[in-house]
Design a binder for this molecule. Structure first.
Ligand code: MN
Length: 187
C-alpha cells in the first residue's frame, strides 16, 4: 500500500483535526470506578453525564506511526479533576510523545514496579512517555486541555491494571490549586 505525505491541521483550542480517520468520546458514565469518590461520580453521571474527553486520530494503515489529539474538558468529580482513563501500552517496548497545545494539566505516570512521576502539561511543552510507563493526563485548568500525541501503531492499549487498582497518584483541587496526592498505602 502506498503512503503519501499529508498536512493535517489542528485546532489548538478544540483538538479538531482537518483530516481524521477516527474519533471517540468518553462521557463520565463510561468511567465507573476511576474516580476515588464513587458517590460523587454516580451523582454527576446521572446529572447530565458530561463529556470528559474526546480523541481524534489520523491513522494510515501500513505506517509504523499514528497520531492525533486528545481534548479533556475542564471539570472535577468529588474534587478530582477530569482525566483520561489511563493505560499501559500492550507492548512494553513502545513509548509515546505528547505535545500540549492549549490549557494546563499534569501527565501522571507510573511503571509496573510502582514508581510514579508527574510531568507538567503546558502549551509548547513536549512530554516523553517511556516504554513501560502507564500514563493518564489530567486537566487542572479552567479551559479544555488539548494535546497531540504520536505513537507506534502496534503499541496497543492495556487498560486493565488501571481499571482494576487505579493509579498511585491522584490530582485533586486543593486550597492552592492542583495538588498531587500519593495514594500508596491508602488501601
Ligand atoms: Mn498511550
Amino acid at each position: 500500500m502506498a503512503l503519501f505525505p499529508a498536512e493535517v491541521g489542528v485546532d489548538a483550542a478544540t483538538g479538531a483535526l482537518t483530516a481524521r480517520t477516527g474519533r471517540y468520546e468518553k462521557r463520565l458514565s463510561e468511567m465507573e470506578g476511576l474516580f476515588r469518590d464513587g458517590a460523587a461520580w454516580a451523582r454527576a453521571a446521572e446529572a447530565g453525564d458530561p463529556l470528559v474527553y474526546a480523541v481524534e486520530e489520523y491513522r494510515a494503515e501500513g505506517s509504523d506511526l499514528f497520531f492525533g489529539t486528545t481534548t479533556i474538558e475542564a471539570g472535577e468529580v468529588g474534587g478530582e479533576f477530569f482525566m483520561t482513563r489511563g493505560h499501559f501500552h500492550a507492548r512494553a517496548d513502545r513509548g509515546e510523545v505528547y505535545g500540549t497545545l492549549s490549557g494546563e494539566g499534569l501527565l501522571v505516570l507510573e511503571d509496573r514496579e510502582g514508581r510514579a512521576e508527574t510531568v507538567p502539561m503546558r502549551p509548547g511543552g513536549l512530554a516523553f512517555i517511556p516504554p513501560g510507563w502507564a500514563h493518564r493526563s489530567v486537566n487542572t485548568g479552567a479551559e479544555p486541555l488539548v494535546f497531540t500525541w504520536v505513537c507506534n501503531l502496534d503499541a496497543g492499549h492495556d487498560y486493565g491494571p488501571i481499571r482494576a487498582r487505579g493509579m498511585r497518584l491522584l490530582v485533586v483541587a486543593g486550597a492552592a490549586g492542583a495538588e498531587v496526592v500519593d495514594s500508596k498505602g491508602r488501601g
